[in-house]
Design a protein around this ligand. Structure first.
Ligand SMILES: Cc1cc2nc3c(=O)[nH]c(=O)nc-3n(C[C@H](O)[C@H](O)[C@H](O)COP(=O)(O)O)c2cc1C
Length: 335
């Protein structure tokens, strides 16, 4: 099926499907596979230890695909924050055309990227933050509903309402629906709500090219929509994770701690342990991101198979809707 949306036109892609900027997953191999299949692949800047490694990953992606791809730069509160301007400098120097920003206080980074003429997609979990990002000059919003893997925000508004609100409130600025999408039916639903395309995180984690342990992919296939846990609400950093022994322990401490000191949960939620899960495949070793959309994921396809299936499902849905609308008008005219 041929798509023509503000997203396909603006980014120069064939299918309006974006691969989420997945920490410890979104390396060159995955991003290039998505871009080669017609979507927008994204590599994750902070998965690289420093500016030089990010430069190499960008060059590697360019060797693997001639199609457009992007870089995700996520700005999260940290005691020792990464050198964000240096990462942005690498992105600009390497001639990347599309960047997805996410997280807090993105103003200075967005300014730096826009001054270099880069198309900036900013991820938001509320309409208020989306509007603030538009004032900062972003080109496209990615609207992340409560179903999503990772940082869900603190408002708990699911994709159906949030994306409809985006259509009502964001004027001409195109937006991508994110959180809870895995197939062509979801894509058509998002387009109906007014989105210009979809962003998928958990679904792309569960593909052949995602460079993570097979046990993690199999755990996603085996799980259903009930197997996620929200952690860190007490510290206003609510995150949706795959439910395992460590999320259970984290919630127990979170609910029962008298002091409310973050240091009590810090060893449980350590990023290093989460990364080890993805590399070694022990799914109960640490916390790792996954969304409710696990309930819709039943296999581990290649990115090309997945995107081609999404095109077919979207085409079939369109045909089915066209058919039922013509039979409805037929029966109306018979009355
Ligand atoms: C393993 C994993 C790592 C993620 N890391 C990031 C990240 O570093 N930055 C970010 O903006 N979003 C991150 N996300 C969120 C995704 O980009 C995307 O917004 C989310 O997965 C969409 O929800 P879905 O999983 O229902 O598709 C991550 C998600 C997963 C599953």
């Amino acid at each position: 099926m041929g798509f023509d949306t503000p997203l396909t036109r603006r980014l120069g892609i064939r299918v309006p499907v974006v691969q989420g900027g997945l920490q410890w997953v979104a390396y060159a191999e995955l991003a290039a596979a998505v871009s080669n299949a017609g979507g927008l692949g994204i590599i994750n800047a902070l998965t690289q230890p420093d500016q030089e490694h990010l430069r190499r990953e960008i060059r590697k992606t360019r060797e693997l695909t001639k199609r457009p791809f992007g870089v995700n730069l996520t700005l999260l509160p940290a005691l020792n924050p990464p050198d964000y301007p240096a990462f942005a400098e690498a992105i600009i120097d390497e001639g990347v055309r599309i960047v997805e920003t996410a997280g807090n206080s993105p103003g200075p980074i967005i300014k730096q990227l826009k001054a270099a003429g880069i198309i900036v997609i900013h991820k938001a979990t509320t309409i208020r933050h989306a509007k603030a990002a538009i004032k900062l000059g972003v080109d496209i919003l990615s609207i992340d509903g409560f179903e999503c893997a990772g940082h869900v925000g603190e408002s708990d508004i699911a994709s159906l309402i949030l994306n409809s609100r985006a259509r009502q409130e964001l004027g001409d600025v195109p937006f991508i629906a994110s959180g809870g999408f895995a197939d062509g039916y979801g894509l058509m639903a998002a387009l109906s709500l007014g989105a210009a395309g979809i962003n998928m995180g958990t679904r792309f984690m569960c593909t052949v090219e995602a460079p993570i342990h097979l046990n993690v992919k199999q755990a996603i296939v085996d799980a259903d929509e009930h197997q996620t846990t929200l952690i860190l609400r007490r510290w206003k950093n609510t995150s949706r994770m795959y439910s395992n022994n460590v999320t259970a322990k984290t919630v127990e401490v979170e609910v029962n701690s008298r002091t409310g000191e973050f240091t009590e949960v810090a060893p449980l939620v350590s990023g290093a342990r989460g990364r080890e899960v993805l590399v070694d495949g022990d799914i109960h070793h640490g916390v790792w991101y996954a969304g409710q959309v696990m309930g819709l994921i039943h296999d581990i396809p290649t990115c090309a198979e997945l995107i081609s299936r999404i095109e077919d499902e979207a085409g079939n849905t369109l045909a089915r809707l066209a058919l039922s609308s013509s039979s409805a008008s037929e029966s109306r005219s018979r009355l």
